[in-house]
Design a protein around this ligand. Structure first.
Ligand SMILES: Cc1ncc(COP(=O)(O)O)c(C=O)c1O
Length: 393
């Protein structure tokens, strides 16, 4: 026991020395994006509630009026598979235009569930270097050979696929995010899908941050929809705790893939079912989102904010999604910048290793449809002061 205490102490000291120490802040929502963080008021720019649906009165009413059980307290394969999960899955399959959908308890579990059920030691997975940790963990747990291509780089993917030309007998997978969770970039899906198809590989898209936010169709079914490549995606993965403002994760795919997951996916079989009231909340959220009004508000906020940041010289790229990074690099400076902003009343978290590479620390701003203009301007003014102070532009 003492040995373990010493181990923990030493590890923590080393984490602190590298400015990588993390602590749990106590955060209470006051209203919309106004929060109280460890007792101080601030505007929240760290939420994935992109459409503000977690606080939508229509969604809240659904949960409050029909609540008669907190949880089914059982796995879906035992007594947890409620009609509400089934209804949600039908709606999600329709949203994705796939034969079926399958709800998991989180997006994290959905990634683990798909990758461990579909890939094995006889498989090769080509994975973007910036893919989310749940994808990384799913790849590792599957036992497959993992080949990492440089971020969003179709030529590098091509190079890797080419070296495996003779491996006809192995199952190949290409996996990427749609809107990348940390740097907000949009995947080069047209090229990636084409390469995967030529190599006879299975294409998996985790679009947790683009789903219900982006799209050409009125369904806003995400990055693949926006880029017109939905039909090339074999398995869609997403989270219900981002734009939909609820909780849970899901996959959408063919009937047979869904059936195989039900039979093989340990992350579905050996855990409790998503509670019914959360499924009903998600169903209502999807119906509110389907008007498209919130996506338009979000888009206006993103355009306004990115333009102002570009004028300040704090960002250079174009961002169509709600995540906007400001790259700083040094971990220590990034943490003090984030603390400085918090003192001013703006909560923008410092993202550091291992979430991003060492020396590539950044601020990650996420915008929502329910930030008002005053809040955006307040943040911009604080970022301007900060940019001067830390010589960021
Ligand atoms: C790309 C991506 N996939 C999956 C997840 C996990 O989703 P969940 O929060 O539902 O577990 C996240 C969460 O941040 C994510 O960014």
């Amino acid at each position: 026991m003492i040995k373990l205490e010493n181990y923990a102490k030493k590890k923590l000291e080393s984490i602190r020395r590298k400015s990588l120490y993390r602590r749990l802040n106590i955060i209470a929502t006051i209203e919309k994006m106004q929060i109280q963080i460890d007792g101080n008021r601030a505007i929240n720019f760290c939420s994935n509630d992109y459409l503000g649906l977690s606080q939508n009165p229509i969604v809240l009413r659904t949960v409050k009026t029909k609540l008669h059980q907190i949880s089914q307290c059982s796995s879906r394969l035992v007594s947890g598979n409620s009609p509400d999960i089934q209804m949600l899955e039908d709606i999600l399959a329709n949203h994705r235009k796939t034969e079926g959908a399958l709800v998991y308890s989180t997006g994290y579990m959905a990634n683990l569930g798909v990758l461990t059920a579909m890939a094995d030691k006889n498989s090769v997975i080509y994975s973007d270097e910036f893919n989310h940790s749940s994808i990384v963990d799913g790849c590792r747990l599957s036992g497959a050979t993992i080949k990492i291509f440089s971020h969003n780089n179709a030529s590098d993917l091509h190079r890797l696929i080419d070296t495996d030309q003779n491996l006809d007998s192995v199952r190949k997978f290409v996996i990427t995010e749609g809107i990348f969770s940390m740097n907000g970039s949009i995947a080069n899906l047209s090229e990636i899908c084409r390469l995967a198809k030529d190599a006879n590989a299975i294409t998996i898209l985790d679009d947790a941050h683009g789903d219900f936010v982006l799209g050409r169709s009125k369904d806003y079914s995400g990055t693949a929809d926006l880029l017109g490549v939905s039909r090339f995606i074999d398995i869609h993965i997403s989270s219900l705790s981002k734009a939909i403002g609820c909780f849970g994760g899901y996959i959408a795919a063919s009937h047979n893939i869904r059936e195989l997951l039900i039979n093989k996916s340990r992350q579905l079989v050996y855990t409790s079912a998503l509670p019914s009231h959360l499924c009903r909340a998600a169903v209502t959220s999807i119906s509110v989102a389907s008007t498209g009004l919130l996506q338009k508000k979000l888009r206006r906020n993103v355009e306004y904010f990115v333009k102002a940041l570009r004028n300040l010289g704090l960002v250079t790229g174009n961002y169509s999604g709600p995540i906007i990074p400001i790259l700083i690099g040094d971990e220590k400076i990034t943490v003090s910048v984030s603390n400085f902003l918090l003192k001013k009343g703006v909560f923008i978290q410092a993202i550091r290793f291992p979430t991003v590479r060492k020396g590539r620390a950044q601020l990650r701003i996420s915008l929502t449809a329910i930030h008002d203009r005053e809040q955006l301007d307040f943040a911009l003014a604080s970022l301007e002061i900060l940019g001067r102070r830390y010589k960021l532009f």
